[in-house]
Design a protein around this ligand. Sequence first.
Ligand SMILES: *Cc1c(COP(=O)(O)O)cnc(C)c1O
Ligand SMILES: [Zn+2]
Length: 419
Amino acid sequence: MSGVRSSRIRSLKCRECGREYELEPLHVCDFCFGPLEVTYNYEEITRSLTKEKIRNGPKSLWRYKELLPIETEDPLDLGTGFTPLIRSTNLAKELGLKELYLKNDTVNPTFSFKDRVVSVALTKTREFGYTTVACASTGNLGNSVAAHAAKAGFESYIFIPADLERGKILTSAIYGPNLIGVEGSYDDVNRLCSEIANEYDWAFVNINIRPYYAEGSKTLAFETAEQLGWVAPDHVVIPVASGSLLTKIHKGFEELHQIRFIPDSKTRISGAQATGCAPVATAFANHTFTIRPVKPNTIAKSIAIGNPADGYYALKAVTETGGFVESVTDEELVEGIKLLARTEGIFSETAGGVTIGVLKKLVESGKIASDEVIVAYITGIGLKTVEAVENALEGLQVIKPSVADFNDKILRRNPSLGQ
Ligand SMILES: *Cc1c(COP(=O)(O)O)cnc(C)c1O
Ligand SMILES: [Zn+2]
C-alpha cells in the first residue's frame, strides 16, 4: 500500500486473470502479461456521488473526478472537456436520421479528445512524483502531452513518426518539448518507446501510465449521457486506433448504469477505421477475435495503428453490444470531412471524416436504423490535417478590387446571387 488514498479507487486489476495490484505505475500483469485496468468501489461512489454534485461541478472533465483515478484536489487543468453535444439538423436530414448528435471534441485546449486522457495521465504522473513524461504518438497525443507538460513544468519527450502532417508536428513543437521524429510507422515508434521505457524512470503516458491515461476517455460517455438528460444513446460511432477510446466509452456507460445514474446501458457501440489501416474492422468482418497486425497506408494518420493494443477489447465491446466495425477509403473519409463541414459547420480532421464516412455507410446498409438516437464522436480538428482537403482551395475566386469585376466574374457566373 503506497501512501494514503481514498477507498473510492480500489486497485489495478488484470483484465485476463483478475489478479489485483496496488495503484502503482504498472500496466501489465506480472503473471499473465494481461493489461491492467483501474477498478473502483462503486457502492461507495453510489453513496457519495449525486447528479446535483456533478451539475454544480466545474465545466470541464473534472466534474467527473469521482469516477477518475485521481486523488489530488488540484488536478492539472487546461480547460478540457464538457464539450458541446450538438443536435445535428442538416446532416441528420441528409442521412435520413431522426436524432443524430455530434460530440464536438475539436474544441479542447489542443483541439482533440486526447486532452481528456492526458489531463488524467499527467495529474497522476504528478501524484506519482515523476518530473519527466514521454509518449509515443500519432500526433494528437504528442500535442496534448507537450501542452500539459509545459503547464505542469515537466520535462517531456514526444516520439512521433517523422512523416506526420506538418500541422501535427508544429502543434507539438510550439510547446517546447523534446520532439523526436522516428523513421518508421507508429508501431515502430511504440516499440522503440517500450525499449526506452525500460531504460529510464520516466512516466510514459501510453506505457506505464496507460491504465490511468485510458480512464480519461470515459468522460466522453459521462458527458454524452448528462447532456442527453441522463440517458444513454441507442448507438454511438467511435474512431478506432488502439481501441482504447472505444473500450472506455463503453466502460463509461456501464459505470453510469452501475451507479444508477442511467436506467440501462444498452448502447450499441460501433467502431470506425480507415480501410488502409483496418485490423479491427477486418477481424470483425471475418468473425474472429484474433487481430492480424497490418502495415498502415492511409491519410488518416491519427488512427493509423497497425497493431492495436486494445483491439481485442474493442471488438468484444462492439460484439457484446450489437454494434459494428466498418472502414472507409481515403476518398470516402475526405468526403466525410466535407460533408460534416458543409452540413454542420464543423471542420474535423481525418479521423472525424472516417467516423462520418462509417456512419453514412452503416445507415445506408441498414445497420443503423433511422429512428435510433445516435452520437458520432468528432475527436480532432481539421486545421491540423489540411493536406487532406487541400483541393477545397479551388473554392477561392479571385477578382480585382472593383464592383465591375465582382459583377462580371462572380455574379454573371451565378446569376441567382444577384437577384
Ligand atoms: C488517438 C485518436 C483516436 C483513437 O484513439 P485510440 O484510443 O487509440 O483508439 C481517435 N481520434 C483521434 C483524432 C485521435 O487522435
Ligand atoms: Zn493477469
